[in-house]
Design a protein around this ligand. Structure first.
Ligand code: GP9
Ligand code: MN
Length: 689
């Protein structure tokens, strides 16, 4: 009894006791908010533990500021900080409800009060329970007012205040270390704000985001018109005209971009236990009306998928570290494929993806790119067993995408991002229909299984496109975004390729991914031109007959007879038909032999290629980090206004309906206003009754 009383007295009569109450209340409520208001996808004991503890250190640190003051002031400062933190929590609850993402500095700065209609709809989206985040503040104020808390006017020893703040800092460090261990690259790779909140908490996210924004703003502020001029003159000098034979052969066709997750070129025609791993893609690859590239490389850096997307939509490289789409997708000006196609040729643009909209900042970056519609996971039914890794399984994803695809006004530019063939390649039994490989490397052996699954899903989609008649007026582009088997699996890679050894040179060659353009009547064949993701947009525009001569872009049409065929890697390595550079050493691309005693001439040649590569990478970086496109409006191009875009499901679908009515040419419309859903046949076990 005495102990209890003593504790009660300590809590109510001392400043440290008061601090403890405020912090613990804040901690508990933040945790409850995490689990009831956000959808952070917490899995495993480590993530659960970090989610539980992460509100504590920053609460201690920030509310602890009050400890440095004397008398009543000290109490009120703690209460005010507590209130401000709660207000931040509250704002994030509302923002999250609309956008499944957290408030960031660039959102606040670029949205102002009108865009995203956030201001207008606040009343509409607020729920009564949201206000509970203020409950503890109210209680604490009342307890002070009714003198349950006795103000302890003594000044706390500086040593103690410092000790508490120091402890908070140590806890933040520990939290960070544990988080980085569970998720390497958490802060550098910038995949998803949800991840940072999940691991480090809402307040740490705010600080992290603020610091990052301040750093990039400083660089951006220094950039000016003359930087743009430098880039522009380089691009002009190196311009390569598209291939006239192919120019506009797909004019006004729909463009269906199929993103083959983690799909490497070696899988094409690959057999395991006598069975083709990807029969449907193989058929497409060899079809007479498919242009297939067999020396096409991914060029991604840490931003993986998002770097691929950045290059494909903009013909601008990702960054040396982090993801350009995450770090600059919200704030920068872009002149991207969907905007150009929309403005120059009346295309309706959309992305469909069975994963979280916030991943790689897609929900914001797509607006900057000018995508009319973005259908992420929230547009899809996600029943038990549907989801694997980063999104719902590909067959289920395609099946559920038909009902959106068939309503798009034509011509459309639609990107479908698959996700099942993603590390760790761990497909459920029911969906496995080919044996695992037997290298003994756990992270490698499932790869053929998920790739096979993806291929089956593509087969189902292709049948739909044929049946519904869509194939006839659609240019289908398929590409692999990046490696599936990383450079840490040399032994297993050698086994898969039936080679005696596998070195860094082999690994560079292993970065080949598919690129195919398929359209009935297209003059196809296997094209051996060397190229990379940076070249996709100019190649696509070549086929579509879109003039991109005045665009800031670093790639060239791979159909051009005089394509430069220098494929840069993000780290400065490169591949050309003759030479490859791997971690500073040169090799002959065909034989894989080291270039040991280069003649003067060869030396000069190698230096010149290296120079081209580093120049292009650094000019591209300047475009992104200096936000240089804000200084350049190509003739006839209208800047994209982010605030004109919303991807909220109800609004978007309403808008789509209106657009469809106006265009009268969607697939649904042309099918006598009947759905083509039944043309999609799937053997997905999840849908079997
Ligand atoms: C998630 C998916 C995966 O939405 O695109 O991205 P990745 O890990 O491949 O970069
Ligand atoms: Mn990817």
């Amino acid at each position: 009894m005495g102990r209890l009383k003593a504790s009660y007295n300590w809590l109510t009569k001392t400043k440290l006791g008061f601090f403890t109450v405020v912090v613990v209340f804040f901690w508990v409520k933040t945790y409850l908010t995490y689990i009831t208001k956000f959808n952070l996808g917490v899995v495993g004991p480590m993530q659960k533990f970090l989610l539980l503890i992460n509100p504590l250190p920053t609460a201690m640190l920030l509310i602890g500021i009050g400890l440095f003051f004397k008398g009543r002031k000290s109490y009120w400062i703690m209460v005010i900080i507590d209130f401000l933190l709660s207000l931040w929590l509250f704002s994030n609850i509302l923002y999250y409800r609309e956008f499944s993402d957290f408030l960031s500095t660039s959102i606040i700065k670029t949205s102002g009060s009108t865009s995203d209609n956030l201001g207008k709809s606040i009343a509409g989206i607020t729920k009564g329970t949201d206000f509970l985040v203020f409950l503890d503040v109210v209680i604490i104020v009342l307890l002070i007012a009714f003198k349950v808390f006795k103000i302890d006017v003594r000044r706390l020893k500086l040593k103690i205040s410092l000790l508490i703040e120091g402890l908070a800092v140590v806890l933040i460090g520990t939290n960070l270390t544990m988080a980085q261990k569970d998720r390497p690259g958490l802060l550098t790779r910038t995949f998803d704000n949800n991840y940072i909140v999940k691991y480090l908490g809402l307040n740490s996210f705010a600080v992290y985001d603020g610091v990052k924004t301040a750093q990039s703003n400083a660089i951006m502020a220094k950039a000016n018109h003359s930087d743009l001029k430098t880039v522009q003159s380089y691009i002009k000098k190196n311009y390569i005209a598209p291939n006239p034979e192919y120019y506009g052969v797909a004019k006004n066709k729909n463009v269906l971009v199929i993103h083959l997750e983690s799909f490497q070129q070696f899988l094409i025609d690959y057999k395991w236990h006598g069975k083709e791993v990807t029969p449907n893609l193989n058929k497409l690859y060899h079809a007479n009306d498919t242009i297939s590239f067999d020396n096409f490389f991914n060029q991604v850096g840490q931003g993986k998928t998002s770097d691929a997307e950045m290059m494909l939509e903009n013909s601008i490289f990702g960054l040396q570290s982090g993801s350009a789409m995450s770090s600059y997708g919200t704030s920068n000006t872009f002149e991207s494929a969907p905007a150009i196609l929309g403005q120059q040729a009346g295309y309706t643009s959309a992305v469909m993806h069975g994963g979280a909209g916030s991943f790689w900042n897609r929900d914001n970056a797509y607006k900057s790119f000018g995508y009319d519609y973005f259908m992420p996971l929230s547009y899809y039914q996600n029943k038990k067993g549907y989801y694997l890794g980063y999104g719902i399984k590909d067959k289920l994803f395609f099946d559920q995408s038909i009902k959106y695809m068939e309503h798009l006004p034509q011509p459309f530019y639609l990107k479908m991002i698959t996700v099942t063939n993603h590390y760790p390649y761990d497909l459920d039994k029911k969906n496995q229909s080919i044996d695992k490989t037997d290298t003994g490397d756990k992270t490698v052996d499932g790869y053929v299984q998920t790739a096979h699954y993806l291929d089956e899903a593509i087969g189902e989609l292709m049948s739909y496109l044929k049946k519904s008649g869509l194939e006839k007026n659609t240019l289908i582009m398929l590409y692999g975004d990046h490696y599936g088997i990383s450079g840490n699996h040399h032994k297993a890679s050698a086994q898969l390729l039936n080679k005696d050894s596998f070195n860094n040179f082999d690994n560079l060659q292993f970065q080949r991914v598919p690129l195919m353009f398929h359209m009935p009547g297209l003059k196809g064949g296997i094209n051996h031109t060397y190229g990379g993701e940076i070249d996709v947009r100019p190649t696509l525009f070549n086929l579509l007959g879109i003039n991109d001569q005045n665009m800031i872009q670093f790639g060239h049409s791979l159909l051009a007879k005089n394509a430069p065929q220098i494929v840069a890697q993000r780290n400065g390595d490169f591949i050309t038909p003759k030479y490859s550079k791997v971690e500073g050493s040169y090799y002959y691309t065909k034989s894989g032999k080291r270039v040991t005693h280069p003649s003067k001439k060869v030396k000069a040649q190698l230096a010149s290629i290296s120079n081209t590569v580093t120049t292009e990478l650094s000019l591209s970086d300047r475009v992104i980090t200096g936000n240089l496109l804000r200084f350049y409006k190509p003739n006839g191009f209208k800047y994209v206004k982010r605030k004109n875009y919303t991807y909220k499901k109800a609004d978007s679908l309403k808008r789509l309906k209106k657009a469809e009515k106006k265009s009268k040419n969607s697939v649904w419309y042309k099918n006598g206003k009947k759905s083509t859903q039944s043309d999609f046949k799937t053997d997905a076990p999840e849908l079997k009754k």
